[in-house]
Design a protein around this ligand. Sequence first.
Ligand code: C2O
Ligand code: CU
Ligand code: CU
Length: 478
Amino acid sequence: KVYDSYFFNEAAFNTHDEAYIPLEPANVAPQPLNIPPLLQPDKSTDTDTYYTVEAQEGETQFLPGAKTKTWGYNAPYLGQTIVFENGKNVHIDLKNSVPELTTFHWHGLNVSGPIIDGGCHAPVYPGETSHIDFKVDQPAATLWLHAHPCPATAEQVWKGLAGMVLVKDDVEAKLPFPRNYGVDDIPVILQDRKFHENNQLDYRADYDPDGAQGPTAVINGTINPYFDVTTQRVRLRLLDGANRREWRLHLTDDLPFAQIATDGGILPKPVYLNRLMMTAAERAEIIIDFSDYKEGDTVTLYSDDAPLINFRIHSFEPEDRKLPDHLVDIPNPDVTPGTHVHQAVMSGMDEEVELNGKKFDMQRIDDKQQVGNVEYWDVTNTNEMDGGMLHPYHMHGTLFTVVSRNGHEPNPNEFGLKDTIAVNPGETVRLKVQFQMTGVYMYHCHIIEHEDGGMMAQIEAYDPNHPQTYKLMDMDTL
Ligand code: C2O
Ligand code: CU
Ligand code: CU
């Protein structure tokens, strides 16, 4: 079966926003899709890997003429791709070479909060270097790293502080997936930007409390990219790295593709689709089989009707590899008896956004959950169906499973582990949430301006046998 639906409420698509900015073709000659290099460790042993991740200023040639001033991680814009191996100990120097306080948030990584997690309580001041150590403990997945200083996350991400993070493990390694990085396994970071005078970004000019947008699609930092296909199958690791934009993806000829993974890792079985909608911060891995095309053909990836990437087909070795019907088992532990159902209610739009009727306060812990417990969370979007918007809800410190949408089955591609879930206006999505590590963690809408605007709260995952106190930053002291 091939699904041909975006699954979400059409009436809530961002295209209906008054402030919606459609993507427009840019006046740039086709360029090869930038493939971020893999970050080389400073040192590595059988058990331990050491990295330096530096937030830096740079200049990027997006358009002909003047270069654009940008920020990135070990790169002028976006980041070098970081690969973690499950089970290894990782040691990272986090170096801040941008002229403002920043933080290094590992979105989707199973680490303790709030410091290693890198949310707003873990500032690294300009010119300083922090250090974190953790053990990688989760299945193979496509994650990301982004800045998270509250309330300046949106602006720093807009400047470029975002990069892809891959977790590898032995389970994924045995599955018949393409995994030759940059050849048939490619990162695809979807963003949109506006270029102002002299080709510069101007976040303040593009600021919108419902999320900055721009008319130019920028994919891995490339405008009008093409990718040379030299294998029959290509795996895309898609990340919606935009502040607000939704991407409704489809290919030339409605070519179907197999979705094999979601935010937190591989799906229990491949899901065949010819439409895929992604909201801010979500990831999806898909495999496209180009066997029906021949050398000289072009297959285009679109969002709505805007072309994003042209896949130029070259000759390739035919392969006869079918994906198995079953990929991995997703643990589905029972809810811990006697626990209550947590609520996360996202309300409002524009400056009015709130979570559970409140604006975010860095010093307030809004909820608690015992480490190891499995508890239900009901996540509600109270926007009106008419004129309301989708809110992509994200939790730090956990990979959850989706139980239901308004009491019905989740979408077919939501049966894996997730950390971000789009919620329709008027909908309640029930999640099963487990924290494996103690800490204070944020949960919020991932339209980044909504998170900066206060549609965010925090939870303490606690161990009753080891009570902890946390030093929580205050916005005023930043
Ligand atoms: Cu992508 Cu609070 O994070
Ligand atoms: Cu996160
Ligand atoms: Cu929102």
